[in-house]
Write a protein that binds this ligand. Structure first.
Ligand code: SF4
Length: 360
């Protein structure tokens, strides 16, 4: 069975078909294998059912598929196709259903989420389709927190900044991929912004809310990256003081333009990767240290991944907090007193007695 990315919704039926063939001992006959990799109109609306776990309070909602940006290192435009967006009423219906099942926090997902709907829907009163969607979802009673990921620096306009300032359910966290701090490398990556524009956007995002967290993605060792290019990236990352960052060592994706460019030495990539990680770890640690002694709202998601005897939740700024709790904490929003921090997590004590029910 081979299916394309626009055919996920057909997998169950195809498997049933193949099981039937196996039962009839026709499985090894290549005439009966299934290969369906075509584009399918409307497939973007087909994945919307959720299997929620008990007390699950967070969920991801896909609002669009595909990407038209053609970054030279990325295979997504080839594998996922061109941008296709779901309608606002469909997305609102899905989020309403999740909230009715107990979900309190929703993350809207798209490859370039802030460019949602740009081919299908018009701007209204200067508001992009994405901001219209944010406002529509924000209206849903019972939804407590709203997130989105990942936006592209291009298209992060005034209306979205205003929405960050105006919509209280929007969590105070923006993941804004930088990729490089060198304009020369950004151009080679086909990322249509400059380091100066990125810096200015970060400044404006920080003006929208007190203590908004900003995280990013950076690629080191992109083809042609000279020491001076890397230095510019390092300086910008140091200057911005991200709350956290994913650092990727460039690796070839076949059939992408960057795969055909002149590659740089693996050893140099490794050194830059380690060096940049140390810069990011230091700023993440500083950002977390500042929260020690504070009382913060968290949404408890369940057992900690590193220690199942403890629970974990996330602050509105998307920082992980690990704590000793009770099963009734799971799926609830409450305050926690932060007592310790490292670069990855915060540790704290819930400010509600664990013997009494936790209110939402
Ligand atoms: S990196 Fe992101 S914006 Fe660029 S082509 Fe890939 S999915 Fe699109």
């Amino acid at each position: 069975l081979v299916v394309g990315t626009q055919k996920f919704h057909r997998v169950a039926d195809y498997i049933a078909e193949l099981v039937e063939k196996k039962r009839n001992r026709r499985m090894d006959d290549p005439r009966f294998s299934i290969c369906d990799t075509e584009d399918e109109t409307g497939s973007v609306e087909t994945i919307r059912d959720h299997e929620l776990k008990e007390r699950q309070a967070t969920a991801f909602v896909s609002i669009m598929q595909g990407c038209n940006m053609h970054c030279t290192f990325c295979i997504v435009p080839r594998t996922r196709g061109t941008e296709r967006s779901r309608s606002i009423p469909e997305i609102v219906r899905e989020v309403r259903g999740l909230v009715a099942s107990g979900v309190k926090e929703v993350t809207l997902l798209g490859q370039i989420v802030n460019l949602y709907g740009r081919h299908e829907f018009a701007s209204v009163n200067g508001e992009s389709p994405f901001v219209q969607l944010l406002k529509a979802v924000h209206e849903i009673d019972g939804l407590e927190r709203l997130r989105f990921t990942s936006p592209h620096p291009v298209g992060f306009r005034e209306d979205l900044l205003q929405a960050l300032a105006d919509l209280p359910k929007l969590a105070e966290h923006v993941h804004l991929p930088l990729q490089s701090g060198s304009n020369r490398i950004l151009k080679a990556m086909h990322r249509p912004y400059t380091a100066e524009k990125y810096r200015s956007l970060v400044r404006r995002i920080r003006q929208t809310r007190d203590e908004i967290a900003i995280t990013t993605d950076v690629i080191v060792g992109f083809p042609g990256e000279e020491e001076d290019d890397y230095r510019q990236t390092r300086d910008l990352v140091e200057e911005i003081q991200f709350d956290n960052a994913f650092i990727f060592r460039y690796s070839i994706r076949s059939d992408t333009p960057a795969a055909a460019m002149e590659q740089i030495d693996e050893q140099i990539k490794e050194e830059r990767n380690r060096d940049l990680l140390s810069v990011v770890d230091a700023s993440a640690h500083r950002a977390n240290e500042r929260l020690v002694g504070r009382d913060l709202e968290i949404l408890c998601e369940g057992p900690s991944r590193t220690n199942a005897a403890r629970l974990m939740g996330r602050t509105r700024t998307n920082k992980i907090v690990v704590f000793e709790g009770k099963p009734e904490h799971v799926g609830q929003i409450f305050e926690i007193s932060v007592t310790q921090a490292n670069g990855f997590s915060l540790y704290g004590t819930p400010l509600v007695p664990t013997s009494s029910p936790v209110s939402a």
